[in-house]
Write a protein that binds this ligand. Sequence first.
Ligand code: ADP
Length: 441
Amino acid sequence: MISSILIANRGEIAVRIVRACREMGIQSVVAYSDADRHSLAVHMADDAVCIGPPAATDSYLNIPNLVSAAIVRHCDAIHPGVGFLSESARFAKEVTDAGLIFIGPPSETISMLGDKVVAKQTAIKHGVPVIPGSAGSVSEISGAAAAAEEIGYPVIVKAAAGGGGKGMRICRRPEDLAGILQIASGEAEKSFSDGTVYLEKYLTSPRHVELQVLADSFGTVVHLGERDCSVQENHQKLVEESPSTAVGDDLRARMGEDAIRMFSALDYVGAGTIEFLVEDGKHYFMEVNARVQVEHPVTELVTGVDIIAEQIRAAAGEPLRITQEDILLRGYALECRINAQAPGKVTHYYPPGGFGVRVDSFLHIGAVVPPFYDSLVAKLIVFGRDREEGLARMDRALSEFEIEGIPTNMERQRQIINSRVFQSGVFGTDALEYIKKEIGV
Ligand code: ADP
């Protein structure tokens, strides 16, 4: 087993991993930048080590600093968390080359899944349905135009190295294609140093449905049901729930079989997510995220499985403690992402509590939200016997939650949860457009 983990991350996910380590009897060492010296994760961890100045490129993305910090502090593993280096094949390789355990899939697997064109081809090879699109990447306008004609407009131009909705553009008319290709490719080049793009049919109002998967090094692969993440802004998730109102036992079983087949073929180890778009009761592969996701607590609440603990065990070469038969989806869970709309210092903090409420956050009175990183400051997750109870509980929890000193999106989240569109359970990835109309913003 692993005895000490360097946590190469910050914020609420670092706190989440520290908590898992403590329960597992593992020493936690938080790597922090100068901006996070007084953060909750640093305060809670057994040990902490500064890895550089505030800018992420100098600290949380600084591979030599992170690897040497782990060695100096006698860690035997590194947990990359989410974002930052969590999907860096190079980081995974440098960690293992240094004789440490990388808590994630092997470097080659990350590299393969990181190229969405290759990932899609792998899905096709293993009989997983995909969204109609260009056969591979598109570079010249003539090839792209021919592919788009064949797929049929509207099409979406996507970055092969994409993430966080960057390098993604919708094209509705042939005459716009050349310009949009150039913009998307330029954006991809800027964000990922890789301008490779591909085309897909643009589905106008699909559901975003993803399955949580866990796998160990003995070939056991299980799925933990789905999360519906259709409420998005600029292709970024805002609200996540499980089960999805669009998924019945049949569709879940079909997606589950595809997920398990794909992950088995990849020799995957650890926690991962397979993302699908669902339209008219059919699912289409979109991508695999080779890491734990922000919204993993939703699945933890409906399955009772500690995803981070199983991920760490799998990385340590231990078998999963669950089989597919053990996994029963019970009740309903809902997560609202609480984002800071500006950096600042928290002057007042009162988190909600009570039955069925979980808060994953790094905030407290005096906590600083630095300007350098992601805006996520808290995840509010509730459990209910059913969707109706869950929604009422989320409304209650949001009404209790008080954060002062930094502006947040809490009021907006409350409007979303209480909107007729969200309450109806019938919506697609364009849900927010309709919700905004309803609430008049
Ligand atoms: P990223 O990795 O940048 O987050 P994804 O491939 O996961 O990109 O897609 C993010 C979101 O973009 C999806 O949840 C969906 O809302 C939208 N999207 C992606 N592909 C399509 C498509 N072919 N049709 C319609 N919407 C899409």
